[in-house]
Ligand binder design. Structure first.
Ligand code: PLP
Length: 479
């Protein structure tokens, strides 16, 4: 359906004026029955979901594609979770808005064991993924949003939908996430000067898109700064379980507990994005409870609760079970080894790329080939992502989706699908291959370079294709 032109809509307005009853004085007549609000008129579907659809269409048309565009973990589900879901089909009643008490207690217990935190279950709420929980947390909290660049694709659109201003905070290009005091102070001063009311900062470590993690001293400095400036931190810790092992995950909640909200999810550590189960932890005390009540009220008006069978499986996911601990460790190591191998290949070819510390992302910068790329009409990260998809069959996301300037030739590569085995005969064989990979990843010791190479055909293809692409551009040192 095409949009009405100014001419045609003016015509229909005249027609409807003649045909419909009189409006109350001062009331405005819509030019179409399906008029959109200003805030959604320019809103696009999330870039990650869009690229996934694009790749599916290419694959359906028989065009082979190396899919580095979608951060979806695909390891098999631990049997304990599978059994719990199967046994809970009769949980059909509306659940409590913030989750079953047993699930909130299980998450609190898990955070106690895994992180050493003393969390009362009353501080935990669950929702259909951490994405909507971050949205309602932003809705509940006053003020504008300070956002590190680069940051995950959905934070800025969420804040804008809520009428908040988004203030970019520069990060350290060598680590892509090092939030320096100077960068934070500069962003805050600029925002206040421009009349914004910055009160919230989202921090995501390990990071999507960079795979970087904040070092402890960065977290301490951030916490001190946030406390001094009375800024609320939303700490998106969806990848906390997927730290690769060479840098410890440190949460700002450990250093600024009174001002930090933490979110987490089943989606990444348990390869269960489609189950839609996330959680949020508010600070202890009256203020925290006031915030959680507001979030509960918002959730009660929007999604009501998370499906009962999924919550039942969630109780098992956060149970005290050494097998689950081993599963999470294996999955973190497997993701780490795959990311490390693609990272090593990119760096060897001449790309700038920070070493990944967690999650399943790389964020290479192709600036060393700026001239060679310009000669091919590639001037921006979007041009580069298009070029890679059309000419080389590699799907990525451009840095602009993460808040970067268009001229920064940075791309986000998701490595999570590179563990896909090649065409196994059956679903059972595919699952067996993925379990074998998890076990193998667990026994491989030490640094990425020393690893016993696992058989990963999709990863090998990605490395080979990037190699051909880099070779086609020539020697970056010659530029
Ligand atoms: N935060 C980050 C950084 C993510 O990468 C994602 C998903 O890709 C989410 C939050 C949302 O995850 P979910 O809603 O599945 O919990």
């Amino acid at each position: 359906m095409s949009r009405p032109t100014a001419h045609s809509s003016a015509h229909s307005a005249v027609r409807s004026r003649a045909a419909s009853p009189r409006l109350a004085p001062g009331a405005r007549r819509a030019s179409t029955p399906l008029g959109l609000t200003a805030s959604v008129r320019t809103l696009q579907p999330s870039a990650t979901l869009l690229i996934n659809e694009l790749v599916a269409a290419r694959q359906a048309a028989g065009r082979q594609t190396i899919h580095l565009g979608f951060g979806q973990a695909i390891f098999p589900l631990p049997p304990r979770l599978r059994a719990a879901l199967a046994a809970s089909a009769t949980r059909t009643g509306y659940p409590p808005v913030l989750g079953y008490p047993e699930l909130r207690a299980a998450i609190a217990g898990y955070l106690g064991r895994a992180r050493g935190w003393d969390v009362a279950p009353e501080r935990v709420g669950v929702g259909p993924g951490s994405k909507p929980l971050i949205y309602v947390a932003l809705q509940a909290l006053e003020g504008d949003l300070l956002l590190p660049v680069p940051s995950w694709v959905s934070y800025a659109p969420q804040a804008k939908l809520l009428g908040k201003r988004v203030i970019p905070v520069p990060t350290d290009a060598t680590d892509h996430l090092g939030l320096s005091r100077a960068g934070l102070a500069g962003a805050l001063a600029r925002a206040r000067h421009e009349g914004a009311n910055p009160r919230i900062l989202i921090v995501n470590t390990p990071s999507n898109p960079t795979g970087g993690m904040l070092a402890r001293e960065d977290v301490v400095a951030l916490a001190d700064w946030a406390r001094a400036e009375s800024i609320t931190l939303i700490s998106d810790e969806i990848y906390a379980e997927l730290a690769h092992g060479w840098r410890a995950h440190v949460s700002p909640a450990e250093h600024y507990p009174e001002g930090t909200l933490v979110t987490g999810s089943l989606s990444k550590p348990f390869s269960a994005g489609g189950w839609r189960l996330g959680y949020l932890v508010v600070p202890a005390g009256r203020e925290g409870q006031r915030l959680l009540s507001a979030i509960r009220a918002l959730a009660s008006e929007i999604w009501s609760g998370v499906a009962g069978p999924i919550q039942a499986a969630g109780i098992e996911a956060y149970a005290d079970d050494p097998e689950l601990g081993a599963y999470l460790r294996q999955s973190a190591r497997a993701h780490g080894q795959i990311a490390a191998r693609l990272h090593a290949a990119l760096v060897a070819r001449g790309a700038f790329c920070a070493r990944p510390a967690g999650a399943f992302y790389l964020y290479p910068d192709f600036a060393p080939w700026r001239q060679a790329l310009a000669a091919r009409g590639v001037h921006s990260s979007l041009d580069l992502a298009r070029h890679l998809l059309e000419e080389w069959g590699i799907a990525t996301l451009p840095g602009t989706e993460f808040g970067e300037q268009p001229g920064a030739l940075r791309l986000r590569l998701a490595t999570s699908l590179l563990c896909e085995p090649d065409g196994p005969a059956s679903a059972e064989a595919r699952e067996a291959a993925l379990w074998a990979l998890l076990r193998a990843a667990d026994t491989a010791p030490g640094e990425a370079a020393e690893l016993e190479p696992l058989s990963l055909p999709a990863l090998d293809r990605a490395i080979a294709r990037f190699g051909e692409f880099a070779a086609s551009l020539g020697d970056p040192a010659a530029e």
